[in-house]
Design a protein around this ligand. Structure first.
Ligand code: DX5
Ligand code: ZN
Length: 230
């Protein structure tokens, strides 16, 4: 994984057919996905349950791009090794998930994986400042985590701008997660984001047997974001 700031589209498989992950992943990658975003929820840190390391390990062999694992779980530390062994390329933990996020990021780095720091909408950009040396990615949540298909929270745009300034030329991705559509993508790209997670806006209207729609959706988000950079 070499670093660059080009726009990357990371479809969230939270909006895919859970009974058909292998073919869903093949379809989005064939249609232009740059990364595959995997939302892990524990029914405790967030009010929803998804899947754990065995599922991640099972789908890993279907991913030819980057496996971007977003942990919405608390505690995090006891599970880091398991997600690393499952084949994650990037492991992102939430600032709000416990009192020791610095230790958590150190533990992720110690596995040899890239470390991501996620910030909920109520957490300020400044919370990331003492942690940036341990981050390969900062994920700005533009919805409250837990569910796909929620409405983009516009007040997060200023936070993206602040993070972009704080990061400067350090090789740290800014990822945006929640409510990304062709309408909101330009706002976050102009503010400095380079990785755009999108669940419903990629998968809606398509299927593994109608994957052209995934391609159309991915291209629409990418074009809107890249247009805002020019
Ligand atoms: C929300 C998840 C997101 C979600 C995005 O808790 O972290 O990745 O799937 O879904 P959309 O794009 O539908 O808002
Ligand atoms: Zn996510």
């Amino acid at each position: 994984m070499s670093f660059n700031r080009s726009i990357k589209i990371a479809p969230s498989i939270l909006s895919a057919d859970f009974a058909d992950f292998g073919r869903e992943i093949a379809a989005i990658e064939a249609e232009g996905a740059d990364w595959v975003h995997v939302d892990v929820m524990d029914g405790h840190f967030v009010p929803n349950l998804t899947f754990g390391p065995p599922l991640c390990k099972a789908i890993r062999k279907h991913i030819g791009t980057v496996m971007d694992v977003h942990l919405m779980i608390a505690p995090v530390d006891p599970y880091i090794d398991a997600f690393a062994e499952a084949g994650a390329d990037i492991i992102t933990a939430h600032h709000e998930a416990g009192p020791h996020i610095h230790r958590t990021l150190q533990a992720i780095r110690a596995t040899g994986k890239k470390a991501g720091l996620a910030l909920n909408p109520g957490t300020p950009a400044e919370a990331a400042a003492p942690l940036l040396d341990l981050c390969d990615l900062v994920c700005v949540m533009t919805v409250n985590p837990g569910f796909g298909g929620q409405k983009f929270i516009h007040s997060q745009i200023d936070k993206i701008c602040s993070l972009r300034n704080m990061i400067g030329d350090r090789p740290i991705h800014i990822e945006i997660d929640g409510g990304i559509t062709p309408e909101t993508a330009p706002l976050v790209a102009a503010a400095g984001a380079d990785v755009l997670v999108a669940g419903s806006a990629v998968f809606s209207g398509g299927s593994v047997t109608n994957k052209d729609v995934y391609g159309k959706n991915i291209r629409a988000i990418r074009a809107a974001a890249e247009g805002a950079r020019n």
